[in-house]
Design a protein around this ligand. Structure first.
Ligand code: PEP
Ligand code: MN
Length: 359
């Protein structure tokens, strides 16, 4: 074969490549169009039966030299790429997506803005145990010039024999203490039927990790129009977390704070594994404020400060941590709540960190 012949053949291959490129992209555009139609009709993107029919048709017309198995392999890749494209389009269309809305969503509470670039903090006991207990913590929170108080009234415990919380009475205690110190209250709700009565007592509905995919609860929280702090599920992917937030926003409520609280891994040194990279990913992918709960992610008092600094360093809009007047006798999470002295040290160190690393 002469070089001239080779050059000609290569030219032909180049031309075929370009034709294929055009055809593949033409196919992709049609697939996107199909995706939009399916989305409108609420249909599933992946249809294995349809995929099988497409492969069979190709094999029927295949005159070689490629074997049917090779054709199947190549086209499976093309199908997969098309499906990915539909998924990307779907993600862009989500109400919580940064691509849908470029500006940060700011959640406002008692005159405080969450998600406007200034970090915010939520402190309070794991569970509401008595008025005196919550009042004592609220006083400490107030003394630091802070506005946000947490406390669990409905405690979704792993064991049914552990303290389950004071329920409505717990919410009343929280409100009483918060009013006394002019604070806003954040508390977990576990039952959609409780949202209406809880709304009288709390400023932010917390949806806990164990309920991240309780879709009826998400919808009810969305319909309530109260700000919602949504925690990441114990084993939820970021994609699942984002979709859970979408459930709330789809009901017309955009006052959502996402909260990374550690995920379950094989690591036993910490209660959960804090997925610190989830913070910048969530900030990129969504327009919602992102918090980090350092208490439940680490389960260790000695790690609260370093992980809080890490959270702020990667761009979290705030940090949540638990504080109790006497953690040793707390009815839940006694190993990781801070006492008042530890709270003071934690706060001083955070202030110093923020002073040094001021934006
Ligand atoms: C809580 O914040 O009180 C709590 C139970 O956390 P999580 O849902 O993240 O476990
Ligand atoms: Mn707790």
């Amino acid at each position: 074969m002469t070089n001239v012949e080779l050059d000609q053949l290569r030219k032909k291959v180049d031309e075929t490549n370009l034709q294929l490129l055009e055809l593949i992209n033409q196919r992709a555009e049609t697939v996107q169009e199909i995706g939009r139609v399916k989305e409108k009709q609420g249909m599933n993107r992946f249809e294995p039966v349809r995929e099988r029919a497409m492969l069979d048709l190709l094999k029927e017309h295949n005159k070689g030299p490629f074997l049917n198995s090779t054709i199947e392999h190549i086209f499976k890749e093309i199908f997969k790429a098309g499906l990915e494209l539909q998924k990307d389009d779907h993600r862009k269309a989500l109400l919580v997506s940064r691509k849908k809305k470029a500006d940060d969503t700011v959640v406002t509470l008692k005159g405080e803005s969450i998600g406007n670039g200034t970090p915010q903090f939520i402190f309070g006991p794991c569970a509401v145990e008595s008025f005196e207990q919550v009042d004592a913590v609220a006083e400490q929170v107030k003394a630091k010039g802070l506005k946000l108080l947490r406390g669990g009234a409905y405690k979704p415990r792993t064991s049914p024999y552990d303290f389950q919380g004071l329920g409505l009475e717990g919410l009343q205690i929280l409100k009483q203490a918060a009013d006394k110190h002019d604070l806003a209250v954040i508390s977990e709700i576990v039952n959609p039927a409780h949202i209406e009565e809880a709304a009288e007592y709390i400023d932010v509905i917390q949806i806990g990790a164990r309920n991240m995919q309780n879709f009826e609860l998400l919808k009810a929280a969305g319909a309530s129009k109260k700000p919602v702090l949504l925690k990441r599920g114990l084993s939820a992917t970021i994609d699942e977390f984002i979709n859970a937030a979408e459930y709330i926003m789809a009901q017309g409520n955009d006052q959502i704070i996402l909260c990374e609280r550690g995920i379950r891994t094989y690591e036993k040194a910490t209660r959960n594994t804090l997925d610190i990279s989830a913070v910048p990913i969530l900030k990129q992918e969504t327009h919602l404020p992102v918090f980090v709960d350092v208490t439940h992610s680490t389960g260790r008092r000695d790690l609260l400060l370093p992980t809080a600094k890490a959270a702020l360093a990667v761009g979290a809009d705030g940090v949540m941590a638990e504080v109790h007047p006497d953690p040793a006798v707390a009815l839940s999470d006694s190993a990781q709540q801070m006492n008042f002295e530890q709270f003071d040290h934690f706060w001083d160190a955070i202030q110093q960190y923020l002073g040094v690393h001021a934006k």
